[in-house]
Design a protein around this ligand. Sequence first.
Ligand code: FES
Ligand code: FES
Length: 222
Amino acid sequence: MSEDQHLHSDPQETPSTETTDLSLSRRGFLKGMGTGAVTAAVAPAIFVNQAEAKQQSITELPGVTDTRIQLRINGQTHTVDIEARATLASVLRDQLEITGAKVVCDRGECGACTVMVDGRTAYSCTMLALDAQDKEISTIEGLADGDKLHPVQEAFIEKDALMCGFCTPGFVLSTKALLDKNNNPTLEEVKRGVSGNICRCGTYPRVFEAALAAAQKMRNGG
Ligand code: FES
Ligand code: FES
């Protein structure tokens, strides 16, 4: 009996052995399990094999496997195993648990992840940790001298230059980088100096005030 004949045959009629085998092996199986169950039963093996193959080929690429590097952070040397693609922000926060630099946009737009690298501000979310080797990295954690806050930190507190505080480490470091070079800036120079940082709470006037106050402190010897 052909497949078409079988579909229209009397259901009570005993089918031939050949037809019974076909029906059981296909319709019975599908009816009993449902397509979802079939997918669940078969797909994982396929995906696992594909994933294994992909993983294997990725780890064979140069630079993808872990690399041991040393980073100088706040005067201390840290040895850490990283993936070549790891950003400085992710290594600081996720591997070294130095979490002062915040990751907000993660694309070099907001400045929340600002650190200082060899005295200049840098977005740690867009800098590879590999590129930070052999450089002096400063984060907000290294700014105070023991219990003595840096003048910029003091000024931010005194001028109440923060609300949620998420942007604050970045603003403080950008301000410090500016004042290290120019401790008598104009308001316009302050605005330009922190223009790479965004404050979603809108505390800009107080940040500018704090920067000018910090400059005064530094001129007076901190
Ligand atoms: S998190 Fe790096 S610039 Fe926004
Ligand atoms: S104080 Fe909240 S983002 Fe600046």
